[in-house]
Ligand binder design. Structure first.
Ligand code: SAM
Ligand code: DTB
Ligand code: SF4
Length: 343
């Protein structure tokens, strides 16, 4: 057994890619190993991903997260994909922070529709103390509805993760977005290490980590492998891994980027599943542009979570009725965390 193979726990195979029973959250992956997965014949890759998926998850249960933008537009950062960056002219209307009542009303509707998690996003570089004060009130109220809570508010300073955790925040979303070597082509106003530091603060406060990235930004296959390896090696890897397909926004630098072959998107999902066996891998932004067949392939490749609701933060998502129909066609059901979460 070589050294790589012995890193893959419970694996008797002689080659790392033959290993189907990675069950630890402390296995490390090289970029080359993830690339080897991406290079597999499609059927072999999907078979591997299904085997891993079925060892850890109900293959027909999908976790539903509903998004709300609690503060929209006017962000000082320069993320090259983002409709909410103030410096790009994307036609987004800047909005003040929503009130507690507005957020709670939307969360109630999300719960009635079957969502188990409510994710609150803000177009900030990071929250100020007055933002944290408002958010902690909102988080406690959403949590009291019996929903899991998630927030994505940008970079955190020392002590902020603890305040959010105490208010009842279950997950903090902060994406690595891409591999470190491609990152500087997409974002210059904050660095890769800043993102890793925020994730460490979230972990340090005892919260669940939600972190993933975006593909379809003109990156290479090696960069996609680099992103997945980075996430898988976070030690422990994130509990939730959103994989976004770039939603191209007129006015942003990434508008016009070469679109990703849909089968390459499915391959990326499969490698996330294989390298992060217990994570909820979320088929995230870009679903509106995907056919039902492509989404079905993503579920087959190990995606077991979606954003559920008519909008993401500022762009469209498939409607609730459309998703219910897709679930019926595929025999899928919503992952139940408590009573009432029935799609
Ligand atoms: N401002 C906070 C931050 O950047 O961490 C939170 C909100 S930000 C909009 C959350 C994530 O949405 C980004 O990290 C990025 O992964 C994703 N995102 C933003 N615009 C996108 C787009 N056009 N297509 C796909 N994903 C996008
Ligand atoms: C994530 O990974 N994707 C979501 C959520 N986390 C915050 C955001 C997608 C945003 C897509 C563009 C928009 O709607 O503004
Ligand atoms: Fe958009 Fe968040 Fe970047 Fe601001 S920090 S530009 S909201 S992705």
């Amino acid at each position: 057994m070589n050294q790589l193979t012995s890193n893959k726990i419970n694996c008797d195979a002689t080659h790392p890619l033959d290993c189907t029973t990675v069950s630890s959250n402390s296995v490390s992956w090289t970029v080359v190993e993830i690339e080897m997965l991406l290079d597999l014949p499609f059927n072999d890759l999907i078979y591997r991903a299904q085997m891993v998926h079925r060892q850890h998850h109900d293959p027909n249960a999908i976790q539903l997260s509903t998004l709300i933008s609690v503060k929209t537009g006017g962000c000082p950062e320069d993320c090259g994909y983002c409709p909410q960056a103030a410096r790009y002219h994307t036609g987004i209307q800047n909005l003040d922070m929503l009130s507690l009542e507005e957020v709670v009303m939307t969360a109630k509707i999300a719960k009635e529709r079957g969502a188990s998690r409510f994710c609150m996003g803000a177009a900030w570089r990071g929250p100020k103390q007055r933002d944290i004060d408002k958010m902690t009130e909102i988080i406690s109220a959403v949590k009291a509805l019996g929903l899991q809570t998630c927030a994505t508010l940008g970079m955190l300073k020392s002590g902020q993760a603890e305040q959010l955790r105490e208010a009842g925040l279950d997950y903090y979303n902060h994406n690595l977005d891409t591999a470190s070597e491609f990152y500087d082509e997409i974002i210059k106003t904050h660095g890769y290490q800043d993102r890793l530091d925020t994730l460490q603060k979230v972990r340090g406060a005892g919260m669940n980590v939600c972190s993933g990235g975006i593909v379809g930004m003109g990156e290479t296959r090696q960069a996609r492998a680099g992103l997945i390896a980075q996430l898988a090696n976070l030690g422990p890897y994130p509990e939730s891994v959103p994989i976004n397909n770039l939603v191209q926004i007129v006015g942003t630098p990434l508008h016009g980027a070469e679109t990703l072959d849909p089968l390459e998107f499915v391959r990326t999902i499969a490698t996330a599943r294989i390298s992060m066996p217990k994570a909820m891998v979320r088929l995230s932004a870009g679903r509106q542009e995907m056919s039902e067949v492509l989404q079905a392939l993503c579920f087959l490749a190990g995606a077991n979570s979606i954003f559920y609701g008519d909008t993401l933060l500022t762009t469209d998502n498939p409607g609730v009725e459309q998703d219910k129909l897709l679930f019926r066609k595929l025999g899928l059901h919503a992952l139940q965390l408590g009573s009432g979460n029935v799609l």
